[in-house]
Design a protein around this ligand. Sequence first.
Ligand code: NAG
Ligand code: NAG
Ligand code: NAG
Ligand code: NAG
Ligand code: NAG
Length: 224
Amino acid sequence: MALSCWFFWAWWLSLMLAVTAAEEQGEGCSAPKICGNLTISEPFWLPDWETGRSCGSLDFEVTCFKGTPIIRSVYGLKSGFAIINISYEERSLRVVDQHNQEALRASSNRCHIPSRNTSVKLTPPFKINPVFNMDLIFYNCTKPPAAHQDETLVEMRCGNESNAFVRAGGRYDGAGDGDYATEGCQATVVPVLGESSGEVDASNYEELISGGFLLTWQSPPAGT
Ligand SMILES: *[C@@H]1O[C@H](CO)[C@@H](O)[C@H](O)[C@H]1NC(C)=O
Ligand SMILES: *[C@@H]1O[C@H](CO)[C@@H](O)[C@H](O)[C@H]1NC(C)=O
Ligand SMILES: *[C@@H]1O[C@H](CO)[C@@H](O)[C@H](O)[C@H]1NC(C)=O
Ligand SMILES: *[C@@H]1O[C@H](CO)[C@@H](O)[C@H](O)[C@H]1NC(C)=O
Ligand SMILES: *[C@@H]1O[C@H](CO)[C@@H](O)[C@H](O)[C@H]1NC(C)=O
């Protein structure tokens, strides 16, 4: 009897504390929410469609689309990044560039070469992790490159268009100044995580893009 009474008290007290905490944080604005398999919590937030209220910096706004949490890029939500994992302790996100993924998936007949370096799609607080990511470089060439005999260049599977190539670079250094230029070709640099061995086999470019890459974030200043 006394024991169940104690349990009731403990339960009641923890409930009241939780309610108070939620109120203090602005009516549950920053209470964790679920999207797909992921828990979205501070500094990220999902908009509340009923109240339409904002819960913080737009940089950290997450749109939940069919169970996939998405953060916007510089070019908006349509060319946003799907979040496949979040580590709140490490301030790290694993994301997939949906635009590139869809373009490559649809490229059985026509070629769609990523035309923007990933680095230009992201601004602070997000940063492409320079330690874990590797480079994948896509080439859109006006003529077969002189370095065609270079065996690191892999021809893309692009129907009958043949001036599209991809190759594995080194570690993504974040400076974006790798020596990737090939005469007559436009180079696009995309980070990928690669296989667990750290290998990047450029001929698996669709899988590499779908595997995503790592972003880190800096927390917004307190009070925003
Ligand atoms: C959730 O996780 C399961 C198992 O890991 C996976 O098969 C599924 O695709 C995931 N769903 C989403 C929406 O990411
Ligand atoms: C997600 O991240 C956690 C650790 O942060 C890790 O244990 C887990 O394997 C990751 N899941 C995927 C699908 O990458
Ligand atoms: C290659 O670049 C040209 C010029 O920017 C563009 O018109 C063409 O669509 C690109 N090719 C592919 C396959 O993306
Ligand atoms: C590629 O193939 C399509 C259909 O098979 C054809 O219409 C087109 O002219 C071809 N393009 C080139 C550059 O050969
Ligand atoms: C991407 O970055 C590389 C290296 O900085 C640069 O040479 C290239 O022109 C850039 N590509 C595009 C499409 O802006």
